[in-house]
Write a protein that binds this ligand. Structure first.
Ligand code: NAD
Length: 353
């Protein structure tokens, strides 16, 4: 079958890591008879340099003509002096908003082979971790009205019922495909938006009787993630709580170079590593491409419904790690390392076996 993929390599390590993911998709295509077509587009600093805008209209047009978007990372010191609204990162925020990508999926998976990198006590993560955070991405305080009046500043937090309903459906459907356990995180003891959130989740739960829904306050969830992380399977939460909790969950797993993410809308998905453009290591072959490779695997699962092919990539990554291949970020002192390209080649080869 034919699949059209928009590709935004971006800045810093973006081009290096995306090249590895494409190599892997090509291998999957060759082996399982899929035709992946790539259409490159610009965003972030590279787009500012070429067009003056962090998100040119042409990029949106390309996205609208494709089935999914594979995204590297944007930003870097070169553009630090620009005003907030002109910065490369604005391209990313706008992209999510314009494409209606309201559900952010952030898996936090701890690979058994890298358990030494986990900052928690070994008994708390025995047998590994596999948590999926579903974060609402286009509402809440980040998108509310912002006002500064002299010494006073206001950020407004708003949620409409329909925004909560659609993310709740997504979270329940994902929980159905996993262990059928969903924890909805809010601050319903204090915030009106959270009370609406909790009411709505309870209502939607009636449509998914096979999923066990529970509720947790965000402050408690932040503690539980480090004291008893294995209790969690799928966590659903609003934009800002999700931003903080998903970073906390990712740090438990060891390296940000390993974690993928997806941003889903009604008919479109964008897939990207959770890390940034890492300007400190750009162009040196030191970047870990695994987060981007696993983002491509998520694309196969969530946008193209190619479950088997997605798992083949995940298993090849696990195999590469269990065989002892390490990029610098996940290598212990004195351990031999492989470059970005070498890690891509190894995973490609393992898929071919
Ligand atoms: P960062 O994630 O780029 O880097 C943080 C640290 O992690 C650095 O030491 C970096 O070398 C390391 N790191 C990140 N990815 C790695 C990988 N794949 N392999 C090995 N090591 C890796 O965060 P930062 O330094 O705060 O931000 C750098 C730039 O990226 C900034 O301009 C920031 O705004 C931007 N940024 C972009 C995105 C995005 O495009 N989605 C997200 C976060 C930050």
């Amino acid at each position: 079958m034919d699949y059209k993929i928009a590709v935004i390599k971006g800045d810093g390590i973006g081009p290096e890591i995306i090249d590895q993911a494409i190599k892997i998709l090509n291998k999957i295509g060759e082996k399982y008879n899929h035709n992946f077509q790539y259409i490159e587009a610009l965003a972030g600093g590279a787009a500012i340099d070429k067009t003056g805008s962090p998100l040119p209209e042409e990029t949106l047009e390309i996205c609208r003509k494709t089935d999914a978007l594979l995204f590297g990372a944007v930003g870097g010191p070169k553009w630090d002096k620009l005003k907030g609204t002109e910065k490369p990162e604005q391209g990313l925020l706008k992209l999510r908003k314009k494409l209606g990508l309201y559900a952010n999926l952030r898996p936090a998976v701890m690979f058994e082979e890298l358990k030494d990198a986990c900052p928690l006590r070994a008994d708390l993560v025995k047998g590994g971790l596999d948590i999926l955070i579903v974060r609402e991405l286009t509402g809440g305080i980040y998108f509310g009205k912002k006002t500064t009046m002299g010494d006073k500043a206001i950020d407004q937090m708003e949620y409409s019922k329909y925004e909560i309903e659609r993310i709740a459906h997504k979270a329940f459907q994902i929980a159905q495909r996993r262990n059928k356990k969903l924890v909805s995180v809010d601050k319903a003891n204090v915030l009106e938006t959270s009370r609406l959130w909790r009411r709505t989740f309870k209502e939607i739960a009636k449509e998914y009787p096979d999923v066990e829904l529970s509720h947790m306050y965000v402050d408690n969830a932040a503690m539980q993630l480090v004291t008893n992380p294995k209790q969690f399977d799928v966590i659903a939460t609003e934009n800002m709580f999700g931003d903080i909790l998903s970073d906390e969950a990712s740090v438990i797993t060891g390296s940000i170079g390993l974690l993928p993410s997806a941003a889903l809308g009604v008919n479109y998905g964008m897939y990207e590593p959770i890390h940034g453009s890492a300007p400190d290591i750009a162009g040196q072959g030191k970047a870990n491409p695994i987060a981007t490779i696993l983002s491509a695997a998520m694309m196969l699962k969530y946008s193209f419904n190619l479950q088997k092919e997605s798992e083949i990539i995940e298993n090849a990554v696990k195999k590469a790690l269990s065989l002892g291949y390490r990029t610098t970020d996940i290598a212990k002192n004195g351990e031999q390392t492989v470059s970005t390209k070498e890690m891509g080649d190894i995973v490609t080869e393992l898929i071919g076996q």
